[in-house]
Design a protein around this ligand. Structure first.
Ligand SMILES: Nc1nc2c(ncn2[C@@H]2O[C@H](COP(=O)(O)OP(=O)(O)OP(=O)(O)O)[C@@H](O)[C@H]2O)c(=O)[nH]1
Length: 600
């Protein structure tokens, strides 16, 4: 029997999940009805089996007929990947467990920013790529143009693209034939000591940690004693299986195959994605190369509020981190906000997901501070270290350099929006790199930008400046020294650490003023007058005053420019009720997020 391992990669909404389901249906693994119900998203399935399915590696069989009439059975293993820019890391993990990838491009949309990013990622790990043009059933489909774009931007010959409709099933047989013919087989050796790559793991309430593996050499057997080569932990396999797509127990996962193992592992942190599993009785001499560890790029604080206690928040986060090892938290205390946690995320979307899950699944009420990036500090004594909160910045007299993370951003947009986007990038301290044309009407722009300038609202700005047609993708390229300063905020004379930000010196005054104006809108009047001040190193650079209730009877006007309200902030409307008392002033949740809106 032949084995082929591949991932499906695509820009968001180009049809990756629908195509996975269609392939499952074509291979007879699911029924037409299940296809209609989107099997891979079916939560009932998880409940029924007591197993959680995530970024699943699904196994199906296909009888392939060669041109000479011979037939042979193929085991096709495919791994679903997330498409969002925050989860690049997950995509990389999936790709390294494969020999090939299907690159899906929507025939009505063409090549988009994440099409390019995912294609490059797949080429980088040496995968064979089968380009697929999807949604050809739609009247607005333009597969010829899209095939040309694929050739022009990515270099895959236009005639190699396979035209399909995941929805109707058109072209799926050609696709499966191409997978069998074009993708290389796995190259591992069955006779060598076992080496299996961990590409995913999840925590399951009933069975502990479930580890997804790709066996490179040797095999994994039920009952086998295994060693995790990186963490040096020993376990015994109690169960192993494959997702077909329902979990099916097997006795052996052989060379080149994928599957999951259960070994009574209680702590997700014992199982490091990228680590190698070997046979404890006959260990491999060296581990597989593994992955770069996931990088947290965005940090913020969570503080319990309302009826939620500190312990409840900690327990909820503990439970969440069981299932998501790229989310981290550490106790943090703060004069103004009391005891809470400093949390690290892969990106802003990841942060929103965690915040939403805490609120929805655990009924947690909390105050969240504005997100910030990691900075690298060089002190005058030569020491270099990283901080993930402005409050950790040492005395400016001891700081020689503040370095901030920079990204390389690729934007794909309609040609007539280029001017607007270049202005936006330049306002955000962007450094222009290059422009490339895609066909006659679209442009790929490349800029280097400070991450701090894009994490808040850049995506929304891009969408509104391009009527929704623009797409973006970025990669971290390193830390660069900048003329950065810490801007402190004083409320009624008290410095509120959670409101401090690190900003470029040239923008400091404008940011300080903007922030105070927003704070003034958010903080209700009290019985006394409240001075608001912005300061750099003790020097006040801006000031506002919230008048006392007694002095002016005009009703307070809330809101500001509604069109500027971001999605993130809208979700926090009820946060208005969540207050934290700083000194004698009540500050609502939204005030802590005001920094997000005070940029321009
Ligand atoms: N007409 C048509 N619609 C399709 C086809 N394939 C997918 N779609 C639709 O396109 C939308 C996005 O498809 P998904 O399969 O969810 O896309 P995805 O790439 O997995 O999206 P994410 O999981 O959000 O990254 C859905 O509404 C699908 O029904 C197709 O071949 N034809």
């Amino acid at each position: 029997m032949q084995i082929r391992n591949f991932s499906i990669i695509a820009h968001i909404d180009h049809g990756k999940s629908t195509l996975s389901d269609r392939l499952l249906m074509r291979a007879g693994a699911i029924t037409e009805r299940e296809f209609q119900n989107q099997i891979l998203d079916d939560m009932d399935l998880e409940r029924e089996r007591g197993i959680t399915i995530k970024a699943s590696a699904v196994t199906v069989f296909h009888d392939h007929t060669y041109p000479d009439g011979r037939t042979e059975r193929f085991m096709l293993n495919f791994i679903d990947t997330p498409g969002h820019v925050d989860f690049h890391y997950e995509v990389q993990k999936a790709l390294q467990a494969c020999e090939g990838a299907i690159l899906v491009v929507d025939s009505t949309q063409g090549v988009q920013a994440q099409t390019v990013a995912n294609a490059y990622a797949a080429v980088e790990v040496g995968l064979e790529i089968v380009p697929v043009i999807n949604k050809i059933d739609l009247p607005s489909a333009d597969p010829v143009r899209v095939a040309e774009e694929i050739e022009q931007v990515l270099g895959f010959p236009a005639e190699d693209a396979i035209l399909v409709s995941a929805k109707t099933g058109q072209g799926i047989d050609e696709l499966i034939t191409a997978l069998c013919d074009k993708l290389p087989p796995p190259t591992g050796k069955p006779e060598l000591p076992t080496r299996a790559l961990i590409f995913d793991s999840i925590y399951d309430d009933y069975r502990g940690v479930i580890t997804y593996v790709r066996v490179i050499d040797g095999e994994l057997r039920k009952g086998m004693k295994i060693r995790f080569m990186g963490t040096n932990k020993l376990y015994q396999i109690t169960d192993l299986g494959k997702l077909m797509p329902r979990p099916k127990q097997v006795e052996v996962i052989g060379t080149g195959e994928v599957g999951f193992i259960v070994a009574a592992i209680k702590d997700l942190h014992d199982v490091r994605v990228g680590d190698t599993i070997t046979d404890a009785g006959n260990p491999a001499p060296a581990a597989l190369p593994g992955y770069k560890p996931s990088q947290q790029m965005v940090y913020c604080d969570f503080y319990p509020s309302g009826k939620t206690q500190y312990d409840e928040l900690r327990d909820a986060m503990d439970r969440l981190s069981l299932n998501d090892s790229s989310f981290s938290f550490e106790p943090e205390s703060n004069d103004a906000l009391g005891f809470g946690f400093r949390c690290g995320f892969l990106g802003l979307l990841h942060m929103e997901i965690i915040q939403e899950r805490l609120e929805r699944e655990f009924n947690i009420e909390m105050i969240q501070t504005a997100p910030t990036v990691t900075y690298e500090i060089k002190k005058t004594d030569g020491t270099v270290f990283r901080i993930d909160s402005p409050s950790q910045l040492p005395d400016p007299n001891h700081v020689e350099e503040i370095r901030e993370p920079f990204i390389e951003m690729n934007l794909i947009l309609p040609g007539d929006c280029v001017g607007n986007l270049m202005k936006l990038c330049e306002d955000r301290r962007g450094i222009y790199k290059k422009t490339e044309y895609i066909g006659a009407t679209r442009v790929m722009l490349q800029y280097e930008l400070p991450l701090a300038e894009v994490i808040y609202d850049f995506y929304d700005r891009l969408k509104s400046a391009t009527k929704g047609y623009g797409t973006m993708d970025f990669d971290l390229i390193g830390f660069r020294s900048g003329n950065l300063v810490k801007l402190d905020i004083l409320v009624n004379g008290d410095k509120v650490d959670a409101l401090s930000v690190i900003v470029h010196r040239d923008h400091a005054e404008k940011r300080g003023r903007g922030l105070l104006v927003r704070l003034k809108e958010e903080i209700d009047r009290h019985l006394f007058e409240i001075p608001l001040q912005a300061a750099i190193g003790g020097k006040i650079i801006a000031r506002e005053t919230i008048k006392s209730v007694g002095k002016n009877v005009t009703a307070k006007c809330y809101g500001g420019d509604v069109t500027r309200k971001r999605k993130l902030l809208e979700k926090q409307k009820e946060g208005k009720k969540r207050m934290k008392r700083v000194g004698s002033v009540d500050i609502p949740q939204q005030a802590f997020m005001a920094i997000l809106e005070s940029g321009d």
